[in-house]
Design a protein around this ligand. Structure first.
Ligand code: PRP
Length: 213
């Protein structure tokens, strides 16, 4: 049987996405064993899975190292890969937001300092508001930046809101809702068309409806 190579985002999102694949016929018992391997396959089901750093999934898929993959809409918008987006899986729901200290008010007078992992999304959002910004690119613990005076605001994902609340920050504006998407390499989609379309269809049918944000 033809194998489909699947890039899964390492971590909690990847675990729940794998559970969705399993539920619709793409189980891979080896992946459920505790170990540090990164590649798992089940030839009987026609699948080979890779654990990939979440922000790297678009690169694996665009370059064809994986036929399909799962990435958050945030990562897709930030990287803009040339891939097909086949389905919204309804998991990994969160919101891309602007947040700042509760007492912060943008008076529009100075260039706004924005700390973020999502420079492209931040630039696009503020360009749409015609607001000049200075992007401060960071890789994690973004919430620290306004606390230390490194930035005025942050652009980051908010899931439960706990990280903001526990650091005295609050949402000032919502930029867009985020959820996990099934993406496909364009050449793979052509040559493994039936198998990939069947996979996308099954995953979309089993989509997690989730609650309102
Ligand atoms: C993300 C995000 C926030 C947090 C939001 O961080 O950057 O810090 O989750 O979740 P919450 O609203 O449920 O508190 P992540 O765990 O990806 O770590 P990071 O610091 O490396 O960005």
């Amino acid at each position: 049987m033809e194998m489909i190579n699947i890039a899964l985002p390492k971590g909690r999102l990847g675990e729940s996405v794998y559970a969705m694949f399993k539920a619709v016929g793409y189980a891979c018992p080896a992946i459920e064993e505790e170990n540090r391997k990164l590649v798992f396959e089940n030839p009987a089901a026609g699948v080979r899975y890779f654990w990939v750093k979440p922000s790297d999934v678009p690169i694996y898929v665009q370059r064809g190292a994986a036929d399909v993959g799962v990435a958050g809409k945030d990562i897709l918008l930030e990287h803009g890969p040339d891939v097909y987006e086949l389905a919204d899986l309804g998991v990994g729901r969160c919101r891309m937001c602007v947040a700042a200290k509760a007492d912060f008010q943008d008076d529009g007078a100075r260039t706004l300092r924005v700390a973020t992992k999502f420079s492209r999304i931040a630039r696009g959002y503020y360009a749409s508001l015609s607001r000049d910004i200075d992007v401060i690119p960071l890789n994690g613990s973004i919430e620290l930046a306004p606390l230390l005076g490194l930035s005025d605001v942050i652009v980051d994902i908010v899931e439960t809101g706990r990280t903001l609340a526990e650091n005295g920050l609050e949402v000032k504006a919502e930029i867009l809702p985020v959820s996990a998407r099934l993406i496909a390499n364009k050449v793979s989609y052509k040559f493994k068309n039936q198998a990939i379309r069947q996979m996308a269809l099954r995953m979309a049918e089993n989509k997690q409806q989730g609650g309102a944000l």
